[in-house]
Design a protein around this ligand. Sequence first.
Ligand code: ZN
Length: 41
Amino acid sequence: MPKNPTLDQRVEWHIEHVKNCQCRPLAGKILEEIKKRKIKI
Ligand SMILES: [Zn+2]
């Protein structure tokens, strides 16, 4: 994760993360963004 990630970068990071690891379920703003963008995980 970059030091000052943009929302885009955060969303991407979380998507990649959740593919490899379930330590943090997607929630809050990130989950809203993913739904908004109709990204399938
Ligand atoms: Zn993790």
